[in-house]
Design a protein around this ligand. Structure first.
Ligand code: NAP
Length: 290
């Protein structure tokens, strides 16, 4: 297949693009600034475009058999809103895909996506899923938990937490650090995306993609620290202290947490990934802190 990948230049794109190529697909990457396209896109065709404004989308998807839609944001910045990027963005991508006669749309959502979620991220991810399901194109939705492992440039949990662990003697942990996580490898998510394109049974299905282990946040940090050869000394910050301050702190440049992110962290991110690994014939990668 010729496959348009939106958000191809990001972290997950760095795993998805090679996975598609490994399955024999030809990739066209939608990027906003072709001059800044990262190294993992060197082997593929580049198409300039923006999913929110819709510019460039029709030309980018022309001649493609399928779309893998990766575009997403974890915090609103520089005029980009969750609703704009997740909902308008997917509507535009779906419209362009349908117009071009694409026969498959693989959409990356997130575990916990829910139109009634109190967080804008998960609510707009839920709204986006509804758009995908209603569009009339054969689709597959994949909802990862938190993703780890090699990928393209861009934010990912291990790099962000590792960056803090590297410079602080004591690692701030909000609350008791026992909230559950189930990190899934970028390699596993990417292979699922690639196989979803051709697996007839995956059409019209939503899969939750988590790793093989449910870990506490503290344990995730312990493994990241161990992989870096550093000690893990948690400094548990009472929620009563951070909650009133976070609405102001989250706007400081470089502050690593928003109110929504704290809510999602405390709610945990776990799932039953059995159907995902079974459907795509994959072996779950354990979380090694890298
Ligand atoms: N990483 C995780 O742990 C995780 C977990 C669950 C779900 N997800 C979902 O997986 C998807 C990919 O995540 P990621 O970690 O790869 O994110 P990422 O590294 O931030 O990549 C997102 C990509 O989207 C592009 N983009 C943003 N706005 C765009 C627009 N208006 N038009 C075209 N491209 C645009 C960005 O391009 P620029 O370089 O131009 O900004 C970037 O390349 C997202 O939908 C995310 O919500 C990720």
């Amino acid at each position: 297949m010729r496959v348009l990948v939106t958000g191809a230049g990001g972290y997950l794109g760095g795993a998805v693009v090679p996975a598609l190529e490994a399955e024999g697909h030809r990739v066209r990457a939608l990027v906003r600034r072709p001059a800044d396209a990262p190294a993992h896109l060197r082997t593929v065709e580049i198409a300039p475009g923006d999913v929110v404004s819709g510019s460039g989308l029709a030309a980018a998807v022309a001649g493609c058999d399928a779309v893998v839609h990766l575009v997403g944001i974890i915090r609103e910045a520089r005029g980009a809103t969750m609703a704009g990027v997740h909902v308008q963005g997917v509507r535009n991508a779906l419209g362009a895909a349908a117009h071009a006669g694409a026969s498959r749309f693989v959409h990356i959502s997130a575990v916990g996506a829910d139109t009634h979620s109190p967080t804008a991220y998960l609510r707009t991810k839920g709204d986006a899923e509804r758009c995908v399901a209603a569009a009339g194109l054969p689709y597959t939705i994949i909802r990862p938990t938190v993703v780890f492992g090699p990928g393209g440039p861009g934010r990912n949990l291990v790099a962000e937490l590792g960056g803090i662990l590297r410079v602080t003697p004591f690692m701030p942990v909000f609350g008791d650090g026992r909230y559950p996580m189930q990190p899934v490898s970028a390699r596993n998510v990417a292979a699922g995306c690639a196989r979803a394109l051709t697996l007839p049974a995956a059409a019209g299905r939503t899969y939750e993609a988590g790793g093989p282990e449910r870990l506490t946040y503290d344990e995730v940090l312990r493994r990241i620290a161990a992989a870096m050869g550093r000690p893990f000394r948690p400094l548990h910050v009472p929620l009563g202290l951070i909650r009133p301050l976070l609405p102001a702190l989250q706007h400081l440049p470089g502050f690593p947490l928003t109110v929504d992110q704290l809510t999602m962290l405390l709610d945990g991110s776990v799932c039953d990934p059995g159907p995902f690994f079974e459907a795509f014939g994959l072996t779950p990668d354990p979380f090694d802190g890298r």
